[in-house]
Design a protein around this ligand. Structure first.
Ligand code: CU
Length: 165
């Protein structure tokens, strides 16, 4: 009886693992009849240079990062991100796709706090300025890493070091 139970639970674990694989493969079902592709012979590459890019130079943007309230206090608040173009002008809200913030602290055992929001759900009264709800779950010194995904496919990164009361 015990042996049967063990076998059953092993089978369940296997099923879960397979389901996980399927999910991570983007929903494509695993086809067991697919032949194993013949390994391509490894031709040593003569060139070690990075591949050339034909894309035009990406527009340069800059970020101004702040908090609400300011100065920041422990608890639920918001991170305010203003995106400007190379000329220092605020970008149009539609030029921004998504804002992601990872907050970390330099003490051991800190679990980083992550917040992400679609730009069109983070707009403020000011064009090109976005507000992302963020939980400063403890006081102390924080490092915010902000990644702004632009509609043109580029990502603009910025950091803010701040002290949270
Ligand atoms: Cu902490």
């Amino acid at each position: 009886m015990r042996a049967l139970l063990t076998k059953t639970s092993f089978f369940l674990v296997l099923m879960l693992a397979l389901a996980g694989c399927r999910e991570s493969a983007g929903g494509t079902p695993i086809n067991p009849t697919t032949p194993t592709p013949t390994p391509t012979p490894q031709v040593p590459s003569a060139s070690t240079s990075s591949p050339a890019t034909d894309a035009p130079p990406a527009a340069t943007y800059s970020l101004t990062i702040g908090t609400s309230p300011s100065p920041a206090v422990a608890g639920e608040g918001a991170v305010i991100v203003a995106v400007r173009d190379s000329g220092g002008r605020a970008v149009a809200n539609t030029a921004v796709q998504r804002i992601t913030i990872v907050g970390n602290m330099n003490h051991a055992g800190m679990v980083p706090v992550e917040a992400t929001r679609r730009a069109d759900r983070a707009t403020t009264r000011q064009a090109g300025t976005f507000s992302v709800p963020f939980n400063f779950n403890m006081g102390g010194d924080w490092i915010l890493s902000v990644a702004v995904q632009m509609t043109d496919g580029t990502t603009v990164n910025g950091t803010l070091n701040l002290s949270v009361r």
